[in-house]
Ligand binder design. Sequence first.
Ligand code: RIB
Length: 309
Amino acid sequence: MMHKHILVVGSINMDIVVQVLEQPKAGETLLGSDAVNIPGGKGANQAVGAARSIGPEVDLAVAMLANVGTDGNGKILKDNLEASGVDTRYIDAVEGSSGIALITVDQRGENMIVVSPSANGKLSPERLKTEMLEDVAIVVMQLEIPFETVEVVAKAAFERNIPVLLNPAPARELPNEFLKHLSILVVNESEAEFLSQVKVTDKQSALKAAHILQSMGVETIIVTLGSDGLVWLDKDASGSLEGFKVDVVDTTAAGDTFCGALATQLAQGTNLEEALNFANAAAALAVTVQGAQPSIPSFSKIEDFLNAS
Ligand code: RIB
């Protein structure tokens, strides 16, 4: 690859989405809408979020290191990434099924998600090749692939002075040695709570959690708070942003859209506050459309929205 690029290492899923009035309780059976298959997966969504948010004159590309399965979904998911501008040369088709996410979305647009990793679970550390890190401006990862792979990629990137943005979802314990290899941690309320042990109820408690996470070794912490915006903390300063007021249809992939757009901005050298504002707008637009990847806005949509706000 000749020009600078963003490397996303993560999952690709086919989301099976059903709309419900309310989320089911344990042991309850509910009738929902017809099921629809929608391309998703935190890694793929973040790659699409990054690719679609690149401006017209910007020399930046997005590549993804990932697995799909040899089932019918594998080709659909890979083709969809290509159509969204993601370089898929490091995506292999491995024997068996592609990742699947079972998603119910309620009338408030909130979701419940269960992921069956399948091919994502077979993304081994050996798949990282040195050349994949050449000309990389930033590495973006989540936790829907084997953790050993995330650790190996983070260490390799760190050793080459490449910043690593981690969205630790689904949340799990993170070893101190691993945290030292990260530059940016993007967490929602529940991930912030899980990792910091601070109950996050508002911006003040989110900032407290961010300070604890920073003390674990990551320089920049961003806590996203849904419609309430976000708080951020880096080595010199901290701040917050309000959420944009929009009509919520489906919150699926809003966080992924945020991470992808943020990575694109940071890879271009935009300062953190400006980059966060852009990513916040992209995430706001994502909640106004149903589904994961269909909801991820283009650069021009984000620009128009920011100009109109
Ligand atoms: O963050 C949303 C994503 O989580 C969905 O697209 C689903 O595939 C799961 O990975």
